[in-house]
Design a protein around this ligand. Structure first.
Ligand code: ADP
Ligand code: MG
Length: 262
């Protein structure tokens, strides 16, 4: 089906993400592993979607395709109206750089680079001039309360601080959306709520977020929940009353930050 022929698709209402009959198979020797069977989903600008489901249900496979890190075996994917599933590997890399910010469970910071250099990295790939790179990286670090850590190496930061650096790195290219695969999976519950508070703030500023989590508590901060099982989307519901992370933080005393170096 042609994206533009879908009923009701005006400029204001077309989704950031539109997938149709998405299928992903992996080949292990002679065995075919069907990771995604037939997935349809629309995500509109400003949504905050929690992706849930048991281990092995296809969540990461789905996120990798949404993030243009991998291509579907078949089916359609339109990102901001562009038919991504037809793009070449190098076109995908450009789209990824321009439109998508990634946040991972394991932070994925480069250990030999400072915080500032890590945040500048996506802009080096995007060809941004050095001066502007630094300016934008410092702006993103300030927004996440990390200005004083610009010269620190990731190892010198707590887990929560490292994840905030990763969020700063995801933001500097002004992406259309943030994709987060279990971003709180390695963090204690207080730090997890802090990260959710930051993501809620960014979402209020208009950034679309899709976040994988297996923790129901974390999903309560999202505005919509979709559930995968055996490579299929089996549940999709709006959360009419998302919890507000900032409020929950105020009710919880902060544990001491576990810092290696102050
Ligand atoms: P989830 O993130 O929900 O745990 P995944 O998308 O990682 O699920 O995996 C879905 C299915 O695809 C699982 O059966 C998994 O073993 C399989 N799978 C994932 N990645 C690969 C791969 N690179 N090669 C082969 N099988 C894979
Ligand atoms: Mg996974």
């Amino acid at each position: 089906m042609e994206y533009n022929q879908r009923p009701g698709n005006t400029a204001e209402t077309f989704p950031v993400i539109c997938v149709r009959q998405l299928r992903k198979e992996y080949y292990l020797g002679r065995t075919i592993v069907p990771a995604l069977v037939s997935v349809d989903l629309d995500v509109y600008r400003g949504e905050f979607v929690a992706v849930m489901g048991p281990s092995g249900s296809g969540k990461s496979s789905f996120m990798n395709i949404l993030g243009c890190l991998d291509r579907p075996t078949s089916g359609e994917y339109y990102l901001d109206g562009e038919p991504v599933s037809e793009m070449s590997v190098s076109e995908l890399a450009d789209v990824r750089n321009e439109k998508i910010g990634f946040v991972f469970q394991s932070f994925n910071l480069l250990p030999w680079m400072t915080t500032l250099e890590n945040v500048e990295l996506p802009m080096i790939y995007a060809g941004v001039a050095a001066e502007q790179r630094q300016e934008r990286a410092l702006w993103a670090l300030a927004m996440l309360g990390l200005s004083s850590r610009a010269d620190h190496k990731p190892m010198e930061l707590s887990g929560g601080q490292q994840q905030r650096v990763a969020i700063a790195r995801a933001l500097v290219t002004a992406p259309s959306m943030i994709l987060a695969d279990e971003p709180t999976g390695n963090l204690d519950s207080h730090t997890s709520i802090q990260i959710m508070s930051i993501l809620q703030r960014l979402n209020m500023q208009g950034i679309t977020i899709v976040l994988v989590t297996h923790e129901p508590d974390i999903a309560t901060y999202c505005k919509r929940k979709v559930v995968f099982r055996d490579g299929r989307l089996i549940h999709d519901a709006i959360n009419p009353t998302p919890a507000i992370a900032q409020e929950d933080l105020q009710q919880q005393p902060a544990p001491e930050e576990r810092m290696l170096i102050q």
